[in-house]
Every structure is written in C-alpha cells, then in structure tokens.
Design a protein around this ligand. Structure first.
Ligand code: GLC
Length: 647
C-alpha cells in the first residue's frame, strides 16, 4: 500500500510516474513530523531493524549507524565516511517487525541520520518545507521495493552491446591511441565492445566538437571500428564553453537557455574548458535544444554516451576564485573543503513558472541533463542507445544508467562497488557499475583481476582510470591470459545476464539483490552484505581482500558451485551452510540456486558475434525463461522463450 503526502508547494521532480492521489490524512504512519526552518521526520528503529536503500551512498547495504547527506557532489576522494556522492536517491526501507518504505521526493538537501548515535533514532531533516512523501507498506522489504519500482517507471533499456566489456582511460588522446587499445585487446584475445573517449577527443574540451587533428575522420573511424564490432562512447560535460562563434554557445545565449546569476546575466563557472555557462535543464525547451545537439554525434554513427560534471562540478566562478576558503556562514559546513555557496549563485526557471536557486533544487540538475540527452537520443536514433551519467536523481533511471564516479584503486572501493549494486537497484538504477580497477591511484594485477570478477556481474562493465595513474588495461599486466579468462566469463554469461536484466527492467523488479531479499527467513543471510543475488538463478560471493586465496561463503540452500577457468565450467553440487572456497586469481566461482538454470553462450570476441539462443545449460533446473531479442530494437515487449534441459 502506498500513501502520498504533500507538504507546501513541492517541485515536480517526475520521479514518480504513477498517479497517486494525495492522502487527505494529516497523520503519517511510522514517522512523526516536526515543522521548523528544517522539517524533521523521525522514527524509532527496533533493535534488529535493518535500513536499506539510499542508492549511491557510502558504507554497507545496511545503512544503519551513519549520517548521509543527499546533496549531489563531486568529491573525487571517496572515503567510507563521505556523506554525499553524485546522486540523490532518497528512498529507504526499514526492515523490522512492520516493514515500511519512505521516499522523500524533493530536489533540496536532506540529511538522513540513520541511528548514527546508536539511540535507535532515524531522522530525516529536509531543508525545504515543500516535498512529497511516499510511505509504502508491505509484507517484506523486497515487496516494498517492488512496489516502489512499480511507481517510478521502467528502467532505461540499453542495447546488447552495452552489456559487453568497455575500456576507458582519461588520457586516450588520438585516433591512434584508440586504435592501439582495440588492437591490443584483439591481440590478447580479450573480448571488447566499446572504447570510451574522454575529454581529450574534443576541441579544447568543448562539447559537440571534435579535435580534427586528433580525430581527422571520426565518422570514418566509427564505421571502421563498427565493422569489427567495436563502438566509441564519447563523454559530454554539462557546461558550454563561453566562446562567441561557437554555434551552440551563440544559440544558447541568443535564446536565453543558460542559467542566470544574481545580476540577471548568464552565470559563469569554470570547468574543464575554462569559463562555461550551464544550460538550464529545468526548462523543457532547453532540454529539447540540448538533446538535439547530440545529432552532432549520432550523425557520425555514434550511439553511446557518458554525461559528466553534471552535479554540476565547479572549479571556480565569476564570484569565487579557486583559492577562496570555504564559506561556513553560507553553508559549507558539511563539505568543508568545497564550495557549496556556488550553488546559491545561479538560478533555474522551472516549467511551473517559479525561479529557484540551484541550491534549492540542486539534486535534479544532473538527472535533467540525462533526461535531455535521453529524450534527444530517442528522437535522433531508431535504435536503443547507451547512456550513463555521473549525477542522478530517482527518475533519471528511465533515460540512462549511472556510474559511481571517481573511486580509487583500493580494496575498500571494490567492496563499496559490491555494496552499491543492490542499493542502486532498489532505487531503479539497474544499469550501473563502478570504474573497474579504480579511477584514482594505481591498480595492481591482483586488484584488477578480483575487480573484473565482480564487474562480470554488473550491467555496466567498464575499466576506467584517471590521467597520471599507471596503465590499467588488461593487456598491460603479466599473464594476460588470466585477464582473458575472467573477461571471457562475462561473454559466456551474456545470454543469462542480458535476459535477467531485461526481465527485471520490463517487470520493474531488481536485478541485483541482497541475500536477505531472497531468503527472508534466514537470520544469517539477512546479515550478509558481501554476497549478492544476480537475477533469479545466481549468487555471487566475490573475493574482496588482498593477498588471500579464497573466502568463506555462506549458502542459504544447497547450490551448484560453478568454477570458471581456462578449461571451462566445472560444476559441483554443494550443501547448505558455510564453506571455505579457494578462488585463484584466474578463476571465478559463483553459485546456481537449486532447481534453477543458467544459459551460457559460446565464446565470442564481442557481442556482434553472439547468438543469445545458442546456449548450454548449467544448474539443476529443468526450465529457464530466457529473454532474447535482436539487441537494439526499441520497443521491447517481453520476447520470451523457454529453454528446456534435454531429457
Ligand atoms: C571526471 C570524471 C572522470 C573523467 C574526468 C575527465 O573526473 O568523473 O570519469 O575521466 O572527469 O573527464
């Protein structure tokens, strides 16, 4: 059951697409509400209650015991106690005696204190008086999440190639660099579907341009790569460089498409290209205009994109030079190193006629950029597109996926990737993943192999790293055949992974879940955070520690233990309970639930060679409902077929 409450005059975020009438009752169940300059919602947690949700936030799958700030932020120094990341996903589920979910629908800042002082108090402090609150009640945490996914609309559906392996690096500068990456993967027999182009492909980091010296014939290059089954995925940043003569800039100025400052002129903020203006994505006409700009790329054969710097990230502004100290009085308290005050210096015109500072509606900016591009790509292309963004708000999952930003090459961040996946799924973001191998810092061979073994199971599987870090492509490491083995598993599993993704998306369900959702009565499974369910058949228990040869795995029921190595799949039936499992770096171990099947395909070098229906079956089940299609057609119904084990 879902009850909707409305306070003040909420900004329509479009997160919820189902029409739910506002409740006539003042009284909210589960929370007590205290009005004031900050609006507080509080409740008491039971001793054993688990709190799920909050999407892209740090710490575990159970959010209990810490404070989280919903205020999209570009902080590349990811740490366990970092209060905000790039996305605002204000949905949580309290899993106790009477489980319930709550979605605080406002683009303003919220502080979630989930029993940080161990007093049992969960408090939600909203800086605005204007918001919708949805309370969802149900029998179980999983049931509540499914109700929530039902009202926020279907996930974006990427093409099949977006489920392949992607290679990226901030630092590929020229066509030659990209060609080399492709050739090296081919040489090493490592499957690959796309290569990302970071800001260096542009002319001086200006969106919707190409540096002609570095990429003399982008359309031709794109076509040649496509013949080999490879795609290019360029980055697009939020800010448009101030440069009269650039048609996008001129048009934006002429039509008043940019955000304005206190003086009523276009706000200036420094990002990669120098001083830029920010498109005011809050206006329908601006979204349409910005989305149409992608024709620059689609006209050259490109169908995949990553949107960045859209929190928005700001280095300095016309009001603040780079060295300005944080202004505590203006609210820089929670992110002391950063300059929250900037967001009070520019304004949006909402479609409902109101004007708001970015600070007041901050968390929607990136989501609206995703919407602008997604809707644009939908107009421009007669096939599905790949799109993932750094910043997001619930609702943006209908237009694109997300990646979790500038993590680092550390074991802690690998673990965080595992924790993020179910939490993001609960908030609608099925197509997501982290920078495999880590963005900041230097990745080791061991860390990359373990990380790849996790990313094999996440819809977005992209190796990405920063400029100035050590090379992180698989072929840079010794015994490259080990990397080939691990990445190849992804391709063998694609008939299953694609099918499970599409079924979850089309049915508005989760793909990646905590064990507790599938084994609600199992007290031990309820507390496990480093094992995950992937689709209906698979459980993973990845190795997340440096220097170890295996790990302890908990099986809530008897399962098939599948060991993938150079020799192929080796299956063994194992009983319920704890077992110590050895997992050498060049093997991946995963589990298939009793009575379930996993269809695995043939070994291929990219998805263009893949036949989703040419499969063999692993596991003890007799039937598997497989989703398959051509991989790019837009209007996907549930194209199902049932694959059966031969007698
Ligand atoms: C941001 C992005 C990162 C990208 C870099 C350069 O830090 O998060 O992925 O490589 O900008 O564009």
């Amino acid at each position: 059951m879902i009850t909707k409450f409305s306070y003040g005059k909420p900004v329509e975020t479009d997160a919820v697409v189902q029409d739910i009438p506002v409740s006539g009752h003042e009284q909210i169940r589960h929370f007590s509400r205290k009005k004031g300059p900050v609006q507080y919602f509080t409740c008491m947690l039971g001793e054993d209650d688990i709190v799920y949700g909050l999407g892209e936030t740090m710490r575990g799958v159970n959010k209990r015991g810490a404070r989280y700030i919903s205020f999209n932020y570009d902080d590349p120094h990811h740490k366990d106690d970092m209060p905000s990341m790039y996305g605002a996903h204000n949905f949580l589920v309290v899993d106790g005696e009477k489980p319930f979910g709550a979605f605080f629908d406002t683009p303003s800042k919220i502080v979630f204190d989930i029993d940080s002082k161990s007093t049992g108090v969960l408090s939600v402090a909203c800086e605005t008086q204007d918001l919708y609150l949805y309370i969802i009640e149900g029998e179980s945490a999983y049931g509540i999440v499914k109700q929530f996914l039902g009202i926020i609309g279907r996930s974006f559906l990427p093409p099949l190639w977006a489920f392949g392996y992607g290679q990226s690096r901030w630092g590929y500068k020229t066509e030659r660099d990209v060609r080399r990456v492709a050739a090296k993967h081919e040489e090493a027999g490592i499957p690959l579907d796309y290569i990302c182009m970071d800001i260096d492909y542009m002319d001086r980091y200006i969106d919707f341009t190409v540096n002609k010296r570095r990429f003399p014939d982008l359309a031709g290059f794109t076509a040649r790569l496509k013949e080999k089954g490879l795609r290019l995925v360029p980055i697009v940043d939020a800010g448009i460089k101030i440069e009269p003569g650039n048609p996008v800039y001129d048009e934006g100025v002429k039509n008043g498409y940019f955000c304005q400052n206190h003086e009523g002129t276009n706000f200036k903020a420094e990002v990669w290209p120098g001083m830029t203006h920010f498109p005011d994505f809050f206006q329908e006409k601006v979204r349409r205009w910005f989305g149409d700009q992608y024709r620059f790329y689609t006209g050259q054969g490109l169908t995949g994109f990553w949107n960045d710097m859209n929190e928005p990230a700001i280095f300095s502004t016309e009001y603040r030079t780079k060295d300005t100290k944080p202004d505590v009085e203006r609210g820089d308290v929670d992110q002391p190193e950063r300059h929250i005050a900037d967001f009070k210096d520019f304004f949006h015109r909402l479609d409902d006629g109101r004007e708001k500072s970015n600070y007041e509606v901050h968390n929607l900016y990136g989501a609206l950029m995703t919407r602008a591009s997604g809707e644009g790509l939908d107009r421009l292309l007669d096939q599905r597109y790949l799109l993932f963004s750094r910043s997001s708000y619930i609702g943006a999952h209908r237009y694109g996926g997300i990646w979790t930003g500038d993590n680092a090459s550390t074991w802690e961040m690998l673990r965080q990737n595992v924790y993020h996946m179910p939490s993001l799924n609960m908030c609608g973001f099925l197509y997501s993943g982290a920078d495999t191998g880590g963005f900041g810092g230097n990745c080791t061979r061991e860390l990359l192999l373990r990380w790849l073994a996790v990313s094999v199971f996440t819809p977005l599987m992209r190796n990405h790293t920063a400029i100035f870090t050590k090379n992180q492509e698989c072929y840079r490491f010794r015994q490259v055949e080990d990397f080939q083995t691990v990445v190849s598993l992804r391709y063998r599993l694609l008939p299953y992974l694609y099918s499970e993704f599409m079924k979850a998306a089309l049915r508005q369900d989760m793909l990646i879940r905590p064990l507790a959702f599938d084994y609600p009565g199992d007290g031990k499974a309820r507390r496990i955070q480093d094992q995950l369910m992937v689709g209906e058949s698979v459980m993973i228990a990845p190795v997340l520690e440096q220097g170890v040869k295996g790990r302890v795995v908990y099986l809530p029921e008897p399962m098939t233990e599948v060991r993938w190595s150079r020799e192929g799949f080796a299956c063994m039936e194992v009983g319920a309970g704890e077992r110590t499992v050895m997992a050498p770096l060049n093997q991946v171990v995963f589990y298939i639930r009793q009575g379930k099947l996993v269809p695995v395909g043939k070994q291929v070098l990219n998805t263009s060679e893949l036949d989703l229906l040419d499969v063999e079956l692993l596991g003890t089940g007799t039937e598997y409902e497989q989703y398959a299609d051509d991989g790019f057609t837009k209007d996907c119904g549930l194209n199902r077929c049932v694959v059966r084990r031969k007698e």
